[in-house]
Design a protein. Sequence first.
Length: 225
Amino acid sequence: MLGLWPAWFDASGPRAAAGVTLTGFVTGDPAPSQPWPVAGRPLLVTGGTGQLLHPRFYPVALDAVAATGRPALVVAPARALLPARLPSDVDWQPRLPFPAVLPQVAAILHHGGIGTAVRAMRTGTPQVIMAYGADRPDNAARLAARGAARWVPEPDWAPQAVAAHLEAAAADTGYGARMAGLLDEPEDAAPDRAAATLEELLSAGPRRLTPEQRRVLALRLAARR
């Protein structure tokens, strides 16, 4: 088993099971082929690429941004996820190239998906997380424990409370330097490490299997033939 996260992330909560090889974070968003200019250093709000979100996520998030008085750039895959009426200073986009956009925003407010969180770290973009469901609260708690994010658990979701976290994040001028210390290797190091581990396992083949595992494998191969 591979764990696509680094040792410090693993140590910030319940540890991975014995035998899991940690490779470091793997981000799946390639560098954009062209720049994407953003005006005014807005606050970016996103619930990720999916639609399995708490129904209060976007309403509370947008009210929180409005309370700061800053413009908002909202990335959501479907317009139906957002309130029916959006203020004039809210720009909705179904998707954006985050590596190009994140360095141009004041802070990001998101759902706690690990891909979004890691991209914010890599671009030095302060982040506030409204985590709910799946692995998101665990991600948020681990990141908050290392000063990599500000976390608002679902029972505490209130526009003014979230707005205060956003203001603090936007004023965090040392965030990028701290994240450079946590992510202290090239971005392609983790994917290369994961690939090398998989290649080693594949090249070892049946020699790593127990006798019972080899028997089961032989039965499955015979059934396929």
